[in-house]
Design a protein around this ligand. Structure first.
Ligand SMILES: [Ca+2]
Length: 295
């Protein structure tokens, strides 16, 4: 068999994200719904009402659960960030990151990734009505050939409208012309890989009325997200058709590739011992790059 690939999945599903801020966590706080009319309806957020686990749970369409931050009244606004971090536990090939907002979409936010759990966070994509001012990047939707892994910032999707249920989907290869020749492009193959993802919420969208400092207006500005989905495949370098749960010596359960082609390692990223007669290589549609026994 030549290249094998694990199935496509939502890698975020039921994986608990870490949130640096959640309403109701320390004490109940009031928030007011942005209805677009003068009179706002206000509610109390209590512990457990809008926890981080609601970012990646199973939602039924009529009554989606959501995570929610504290409000601008508590100081949630630039330059104070709110971070949401997802640890996938192993390398995945990321196709998209899709965020369904319950609040209006932010004015500025970003996605970061890590290649492995020890490496530093790298920018992945930014969404901002003020790309240049906030992220020092031009407002761009595409890269040019040869510049395949350039980090982009786009002002699309940064309107305050819709007030709820706005979606943003970051497709890792969209707008990157070399994606048509993905198999021959190691830079892009690395570009889609991540073990951890982080959403950084930087600036709230407002109608500009927060400048008057009215309590109910300040309490109507906050971040809320109903769902984070990560369309991805477990990354096995073409040497496994599935990933399985494995419990390591520290008692932690994590996903590992079920390696074939005499390969080994969590991502089938090396040859089995004594199978070094042919050098390790990523399997392609034309060549399995099987590791061969030394005699
Ligand atoms: Ca949810």
């Amino acid at each position: 068999m030549l290249r094998c690939i694990p199935p496509f999945e939502n890698a975020a599903f039921n994986v608990l994200m870490e949130a640096t801020n959640t309403c109701g966590q320390d004490r109940p706080t009031e928030f007011c719904k942005q209805t677009g009319v003068q009179k706002k309806s206000c509610e109390i957020c209590r512990y457990g009402d809008h926890e981080a686990l609601f970012l990646t749970d199973h939602d039924n369409n009529d009554n989606a659960t959501s995570w929610q931050s504290e409000t601008m009244y508590e100081g949630i606004e630039y330059p104070n960030q709110v971070n949401l971090t997802l640890h996938l536990g192993k390398t995945f090939d990321i196709t998209y990151v899709r965020v369904l907002f319950e609040s209006p979409r932010p004015e500025s936010w970003g996605i970061y990734k890590r290649r492995n759990e020890k490496s530093s966070w790298e920018p992945y994509q930014f969404y901002s009505a003020t790309c240049r001012d906030t992220y020092d990047l031009p407002d761009l939707k595409e890269t040019v050939g040869g510049d395949d892994t350039r980090v982009l910032c786009t002002s699309d999707y940064s309107d305050i409208s819709p007030l709820t249920k706005g979606t943003v989907a970051f497709s890792t290869l969209e707008g990157r012309p070399s994606a048509y020749n993905f198999e021959a492009n190691p830079a892009l193959q690395e570009w889609v890989q991540a073990t951890d993802l982080r959403i950084t919420l930087d600036r709230l969208n407002t109608f500009g009325d927060e400048v008057f400092g009215d309590d109910h207006v300040l309490k109507s500005y906050y971040y809320a997200i109903a769902d984070v989905a990560v369309g991805a495949r477990c990354a096995c370098n073409g040497h496994a058709g599935e990933c399985v749960n494995s419990t390591s010596v520290d008692g932690k359960t994590r996903r590992v590739c079920r390696c074939e082609h005499n390969t080994a390692g969590p991502d089938c990223n090396e040859c089995l011992p004594f199978y070094n007669d042919a050098p390790w290589g990523r399997a392609t549609t034309k060549d399995a790059h099987e590791c061969k026994r030394m005699y």
